[in-house]
Design a protein around this ligand. Structure first.
Ligand code: CTP
Length: 396
């Protein structure tokens, strides 16, 4: 596959080197087209050496090859990362003052923009309008991540992790549909922790991989995604808004807040069923004799609460639960689907080496009022896509 990597002049240009390597190492032919400004951050020799192809920001080099038309026409994908406010504006208005903007005008393949800029620039009405124009024309514009920017400031504007941009690009190259465009979805991921004292907690083994795969695939399918992440150390999925929580109480607050106006809520988080009745303010010291027992109290069941609320007030059209079972997997799952009032329940067997922390998973998706769907053992992304297929069918 022929990929054009457009690089515009932002400090995040250095991160595009990693994106370039991800493409070349997976067998893609990459032509890097930087802007003049991008070369102030990372020089042409770096791009040429890493891509194995000539590099110029100008239309005036190798004119006999008509690069301003040929590069765009031959591409299977154009990705601009980082995309500055300036390049978004030029692309939206069809300006063509350099090789990259010419390429954007001549490309007939899918185009992905990964913007990175200061929050003020990203939120400026001019940039909002340019992004809306590009999206209307079919370009994929990934919402920037929230976090530390160039200086001490933080906010939306960071370039997503290159590996996450790469995953989005692969999905676009494979022609995966953007069938969740306009849908608002909430995904919870990870495992909650219940504090015993300032240094100890009761937790579980959830890595967050399945919830992150759900958030990543939903964003790549066009949804507006809020990911409520409990104690996960993975990079933010490209395009998702991430809310970080620790305890079940925090997870509940964040999920309920994000659910207002959402079309879909997926509870993939492993939620602690119990928490210590009291939390010591200071570290519990070792004492002579028997240690004190930790008394537990029940946590609220967030999934069941979402189902109950929906019975009395407007709520998400589709609620998806997960069930981790070690035995009697299907029977327990059916009972749980009914008890929690959700529309889909993804049941997987957990235990030694199964599901937790592994990149692959198999599951049975129980469907309220329908037949169960078996999802064979495979990447957690494939299970996520199977869930979104079923969700999509219920939304339409
Ligand atoms: N869940 C929740 N709130 C809880 C416990 C679980 O929202 N306090 C959600 C999980 O996110 C998951 C589903 O309920 O989507 C099922 O979780 P699971 O741990 O399998 O079920 P439990 O309710 O804990 O039932 P049991 O312990 O009997 O298996």
């Amino acid at each position: 596959m022929q990929v054009v990597l457009g690089v515009s002049g932002g400090i995040a240009a250095y991160k595009a080197c990693e994106l370039l390597r991800l493409f070349t190492e997976s067998g893609h032919e990459v032509r890097v087209v930087p802007t003049r400004e991008a070369l102030k951050f990372v020089g042409a020799p770096t791009w040429a050496a890493l891509s194995g192809n000539p590099v110029s920001p100008e239309v005036w080099d190798d004119v006999h090859e008509v690069p301003h038309v040929r590069i765009g026409k031959r591409a299977d994908l154009v990705v601009v990362a980082p995309a500055t406010a300036d390049v978004l504006a030029k692309a939206a208005h069809g300006l063509a003052g350099d090789l990259l903007t010419n390429t954007l005008l001549t490309a007939t393949c899918p185009v992905v923009f990964a913007p990175a800029m200061h929050t003020e620039m990203w939120q400026h009405p001019a940039t909002r309008a340019n992004v809306a124009t590009l999206r209307e024309r079919g370009a994929v514009v990934i919402d920037p991540a929230v976090g530390r920017l160039t200086g001490a400031d933080t906010g939306p504007g960071r370039l997503p992790d290159p590996a996450e941009i790469f995953q989005t690009c692969l999905r676009v190259l494979r022609g995966r549909p953007r069938d969740l465009t306009g849908r608002k979805v909430v995904v919870s991921a990870g495992g909650t922790r219940e504090a015993i004292d300032p240094v100890r907690f009761i937790g579980n083994r959830s890595s967050g991989l399945q919830g992150y795969a759900l958030a990543r695939t939903a964003a790549a399918r066009g949804a507006e995604v809020t990911l409520v992440a409990a104690n996960v150390t993975l990079p933010d999925p490209a395009g998702a808004k991430v809310v970080r929580v620790e305890s079940t109480a925090e997870l509940r607050d964040a999920v309920l807040a994000a659910s207002a106006g959402a079309d879909v809520v997926v509870m993939a988080a492993a939620v602690a069923d119990f928490r210590p009745a009291t939390r010591a303010d200071v570290k519990i010291k070792k004492t002579d004799g028997e240690p004190e027992a930790i008394h537990l109290v029940k946590n609220p069941d967030i999934l069941a609460e979402l189902g109950e609320r929906r019975r009395v007030e407007p709520g998400p059209r589709v609620i998806v639960g997960f069930a981790a079972e070690t035995h009697d997997v299907l029977a327990n799952g059916q009972a749980k689907l009914a008890r929690k009032g959700c529309d889909l329940l993804v049941v997987n067997q957990v235990g030694e080496g199964l599901a937790f922390g592994t990149p692959d998973n198999a599951a049975t998706v129980l469907v309220a009022g329908g037949d169960p769907v078996e999802v064979p053992f495979g990447p957690k992304e494939d299970l996520a896509d199977a869930v979104w297929d079923l969700v999509g069918a219920r939304l339409t």
